[in-house]
Unconditional design. Sequence first.
Lengths: 156, 325
Amino acid sequence: MTSAVSESRPVGTADPQDPRPTDARLVYFSSASGYTHRFVTKLGFGEGETARLPLMTRDPTLLATRPFVLVVPTYGGGDGKGAVPKQVIKFLNVKANRDLLQGVIAGGNTNFYEAYCLAGDIISRKCGVPLMYRFELMGTPEDVTAVREGLEGFWA
Amino acid sequence: MMADAVKTLETVEAINWNRIQDDKDVEVWNRLTSNFWLPEKVPLSNDIQSWATLTEDEKVLTMRVFTGLTLLDTIQGTVGAVSLIPDSLTTHEEAVYTNIAFMESVHAKSYSSIFSTLANTKEIDDAFRWSQENANLQKKARIILDYYHGDDPLKKKVASTILESFLFYSGFYLPMYWSSRAKLTNTADLIRLIIRDEAVHGYYIGYKYQRGLETQSAERQQELKDYTFELLFELYENEVQYTHDLYDSVGLAEDAKKFLHYNANKALMNLGYEGMFPSSVTDVNPAILSALSPNADENHDFFSGSGSSYVIGKAENTEDEDWDF
């Protein structure tokens, strides 16, 4: 961990806004309503294997130090604006994070017509990574099994 | 109503949007206001020709479905969302409920726009009479109204979330069915706007329920959970009867019931609970799911694919001002 920090941070900076390093394989955002958090928790990965992005956009974001998959909920649902949570945009604006991004898993609600899981489509296209899976709200037991087994196979 | 609201908040408080206690209030207010729409924006008259291709049974069914939905939106607009205001924890939460109440009245009015576009006065009157005489429709309205008139703030939110996220769907099934058959497609566009709004309403009221639930004792939490499942099951049994009343004449009751199960699970999730119906009975007809969301039916299961090809999202909408790269 410590070596990862010194390697990825430019020499001589200690800005409190510097991203906090994480070696989690699954990085996710979940708002105060916590659906995505519930989904990720149900996957049953160990504590160090998942990392939650900060709730507040003003807080320092995370810095991935190994390849990872991103899990995001979709916001909005009208004209598609604001579909990707600001906290996720801040995280992906860090080039090192985009470089290590392997794929995206998106949450949403089919009630939003074409905007269902739109955040996953946007991130997939902008970052050139696969949209691996879509789930609704906190995910069904079938979703949890498919994603857990899928990720285990993908990382094996 | 105002007097009650003031009492709950203890002092008369002017709403200050520059001091926020719960960010969800602002987020949902912004989402609801940016989703604002009126039925006049939807070219319903383009459905007149399509309407003429329906059989008499199909027309009667469609009219009855929409009067049933009108009844629920009327309740939610004038009683339901308004009854949540006195229990609000913040002034911003009160404001969100006023928005929800108003939009429910917009929804209720938009069914009248559909009626006046497609049907004659006698057909409209017959359908409204049916909605007053159908025992199962009246029963579901009565069950919900009893909770709105009750004095338990959290039970009111449960009833409200179940209405927003479950009780509408026996009705919403039909315009999605017509849409999948390329019929009444403009009407379906309007219904999708309602479906979108109801999702935000159910999400928000369910969220507020969960915040309230956190403050309760373990015993009370268990009581509310038991109550939620009992109420949902009572309403579900009634909803099955209602679905048969509506759809038996056209042979769609079984297909519609899968849509009920699927949405009952989503209503429970909005309240923070796991679904109660197993996947064996929530397998919604792919044509219906696709009418609801064109993306939902696409196989994006990267994990079970061949691995040689995967889908890169084709979304066009991005907020480039926020992205640095």
